[in-house]
Design a protein around this ligand. Structure first.
Ligand SMILES: Cc1ncc(COP(=O)(O)O)c(C=O)c1O
Length: 474
């Protein structure tokens, strides 16, 4: 380019698109720096130790007027991440369902970021769309949903669950697509237990049927949905003119890892002609284990299921699967028509079958993890987490703790030997920085929620957790 003005523009843009040699050099440096940082995180504190007042002041000084060298910014970013978050890659994070991400899924992110494919349409991304569809069918078969099942990847359990509600409403009334909730002769309502993930309230709000549409059914005293209470709630709603549209059973509740009675729920949904959705966002990973998959018996009768690969299947965030035994409903719910898209094939193009339009290639994360480990490897990961929790259970009960939940999955709701404010206890454990647990409420009692989330938690890590809990409970 000869025009000096254009040359100047090109020089500025080089910061965004450096030449190949420069990219390779920075890439190599970045890989090494990340490895070093993650090694320090593994042995270090689980909680952030950054001075946030100083950090905010630092941010205030960044006005984006003066460009800075990329390497300095990368170094700064890694350092701040090392000290500025609760560390999911620390094996003493016994926290919410967020995993230490598996290496194959991290590799997938690198590949996907490099090619940056657009997965809205099969014409733009024939290979990724076919790969995701193959993987969805493989997981559907493993979950027992049958050969006709289909679905797609979503950003998380909330998006997948939202998709389920839209499918249920679309199926429940032929005019829902055009007239929304007004199509129904009474208020549409749906059911799940009061131990459900409470994002269902936001989902009801988003879908336009209102938060009151969510019926939080009583549990059986052990954290599982009570089928009799469910039948009573449905009968009362029908008597008052409301229109039941969906039943959601949870396979692995967020607080206590409990599995609702999936087969009885399937019977009730069939009898009442409700869309049957199983929210297996976390617990769905049990399908990977030959020994544990029978725990989910009844799930194969669902109209749809949610499984978050970014929970117990340990991919990077966010990577959920929405799978339906009736994939034609997706095309009915999410169809659109436009001239600018490179392809418009109902039942194939992701933008015609899901909430999103532009979409990232999420499926490669699970594809590489499953490909590298096989079902047996992912199953071993899931069983190992349960073994970790069993060890913690044994250690704590020997010290006089009691366990409130009776989950076969990898989460423990523990109570200290002497009655005390559990939230204070948890704050003490977290503040000490050597282990991370959460406060939760299970069947109305405050408990210490301990979940195995990291694939490499060792006996030493378990000992550190137990001694942190013991010290905090004194
Ligand atoms: C049972 C259940 N469903 C849904 C969700 C929401 O999933 P996400 O956070 O991926 O949107 C969670 C999150 O923990 C969950 O535990």
């Amino acid at each position: 380019m000869t025009d000096p003005a254009v040359r100047e523009l090109a020089a500025a843009v080089a910061a965004l698109f450096p030449p190949r040699v420069e990219r390779a050099r920075v890439d190599a440096w970045l890989t090494a720096a990340l490895n070093d940082a993650l090694a320090r995180v593994h042995d270090g504190a689980v909680i952030p130790d950054i001075d946030m007042a100083r950090f905010r002041a630092e941010l205030d000084a960044i006005d984006f007027e003066t460009p800075r060298p990329l390497e300095a910014l990368l170094e700064w970013s890694i350092e701040r991440m090392e000290h500025g978050i609760v560390q999911m890659t620390n094996p003493r994070y016994f926290g919410l369902f967020n995993p230490g991400a598996s290496f194959p899924s991290q590799c997938a992110d690198r590949i996907v970021s490099s090619f940056n494919p657009q997965l809205a349409s099969s014409a733009s991304s024939p290979v990724p769309v076919a790969l995701e569809s193959h993987l969805i069918r493989a997981v559907a078969r493993r979950a027992g949903l049958g050969l006709q099942a289909g679905g797609h990847f979503a950003t998380g359990g909330s998006e997948a669950n939202y998709t389920a509600l839209i499918c249920a409403l679309t199926c429940a009334h032929p005019d829902f697509a055009q007239r929304g909730a007004r199509a129904f002769p009474g208020a549409p309502v749906f059911y799940t237990s009061r131990e459900c993930h409470i994002a269902w309230l936001k989902i009801a709000h988003q879908a336009g049927i209102g938060r009151q549409a969510l019926r939080l059914v009583d549990t059986d005293g052990s954290g599982r949905l009570d089928p009799q209470a469910l039948c009573r709630a449905i009968a009362a709603d029908r008597a008052s003119g409301a229109v039941p549209v969906m039943l959601v059973a949870t396979a692995g509740t967020t607080g206590g890892g409990m599995i609702d009675p999936l087969a009885p729920c399937a019977d009730i949904a069939r009898r009442e002609q409700l869309w049957y959705h199983v929210d297996a966002a976390w617990g769905g990973a049990a399908i990977a284990s030959e020994r544990m998959r029978t725990l989910l018996r009844g799930m194969e009768r669902a109209d749809s299921i949610t499984i978050d690969a970014h929970k117990w299947l340990a991919t990077t965030m966010g990577c959920a699967l929405f799978i339906s035994a009736r994939p034609a409903v997706l095309s009915e719910a999410f169809h659109a028509s436009t001239s600018f898209m490179p392809s418009s094939i109902a039942g194939v193009d992701p933008y015609l079958n899901s909430v999103q339009w532009s979409r990232r290639f999420l499926g490669l994360r699970l594809f590489l993890a499953l490909g590298a480990a096989g079902w047996a490897g992912l199953g071993a990961h899931v069983e190992r987490s349960v073994a970790v929790i069993e060890q913690i259970r044994a250690r704590l009960t020997a010290l006089g703790w009691s366990i409130a939940n009776d989950s076969p999955l990898a989460v423990l709701d523990a109570l200290p030997p002497t009655p005390q404010d559990v939230r204070v206890l948890v704050r003490r454990v977290v503040a000490a920085g050597r282990a991370w647990v959460a406060p939760a409420s299970f069947e109305g009692r405050d408990v210490v929620r301990i979940c195995a989330t990291h694939g490499a938690t060792s006996e030493r890590d378990i000992e550190e957790l137990v001694s942190a809990l013991s010290a905090a409970a004194c």
